[in-house]
Design a protein around this ligand. Structure first.
Ligand code: HEM
Length: 169
C-alpha cells in the first residue's frame, strides 16, 4: 500500500468532519440572525449579531475552506475525474453561494445605513437541505452519468484564441 492510499481514509474522515461543521454553521447562522423580533432589546440583538459575525469569520468560513481543500486533495489521491464528481461540484458551488449570502446579510444588518430587517431562516434552511441532500446522493450513489448528452462545444477543443496577448514565457 502506498502512502497516498494509506492517507485516504484519514483525509476522508477530516473531509467529513470539516463539512459537517461547515454545514452545521450554514444551518445555525440564519437562525441566529432571524432572532430579530421586536421583543428583543437592541442590546440583546447586538450580542446575537456579534456572535454570528465571529462564528462566521472564525469558524464557519475556515471550516468551509478546509472542507473544500481536503475534497480537492481527495480528487487527486482517489483520481476521481468522473461526471458525478463534477455534478457534485456544481452543487457545492450552490453551498458556497449560500455561505456568501449569509456573510453579506451579516454585514448588511450591522453596517448599512438604513434599517435592515434580517430575512427569515426558512428559505436558506430549505435551500441548504436540498443542496446537501443532492450532494450526498451523488457522492454516496456515485451514479454513472457518462451517458449524459453534453453539447459538443463542451466536449471538444474549439481552437479559439484568447481575446488578449499571452506572453510566451
Ligand atoms: C469543493 C468541495 C468538495 C470536493 C472537491 C469534494 C471531493 C470529494 C472527493 C474526491 C471524495 C472522495 C470520493 C471517493 O473516494 O470516491 C469525497 C468524499 C466525500 N464527500 Fe466530498 N467534496 C467536496 C465537498 C463536499 C460536501 C459539501 C459534501 C456534503 C455536504 C461532501 C460529502 C462527501 C462524502 C459523504 C464523501 C464520502 C464518500 C465515500 O467515501 O463514498 N463533500 N469528496
Amino acid at each position: 500500500m502506498t502512502w497516498a492510499e494509506a492517507a485516504v481514509p484519514h483525509l476522508k474522515a477530516l473531509h467529513l468532519g470539516f463539512l459537517a461543521l461547515w454545514v452545521a454553521g450554514l444551518f445555525a447562522l440564519p437562525r441566529m440572525l432571524a432572532r430579530h423580533d421586536d421583543d428583543l432589546v437592541r442590546a440583546e440583538y447586538a450580542v446575537i449579531r456579534r456572535a454570528t459575525h465571529y462564528s462566521y469569520v472564525q469558524a464557519v468560513t475556515p471550516f468551509a475552506v478546509l472542507a473544500i481543500a481536503s475534497g480537492g486533495v481527495l480528487i487527486f489521491l482517489r483520481e476521481v475525474f468522473t461526471v458525478w464528481l463534477f455534478a457534485k461540484l456544481v452543487l457545492v458551488a450552490g453551498l458556497v453561494t449560500v455561505h456568501a449570502w449569509i456573510g453579506h446579510t451579516i454585514v448588511a444588518v450591522a453596517e448599512s445605513e438604513e434599517a435592515h430587517e434580517p430575512p427569515g431562516a426558512v428559505v436558506p434552511t430549505i435551500v441548504t437541505c436540498m443542496l446537501v441532500a443532492g450532494i450526498l446522493t451523488l457522492v454516496l450513489a456515485k451514479p454513472a452519468l457518462e451517458e449524459l448528452q453534453m453539447p459538443s462545444w463542451l466536449t471538444a477543443p474549439l481552437g479559439r484564441q484568447l481575446p488578449f496577448d499571452v506572453p510566451n514565457r
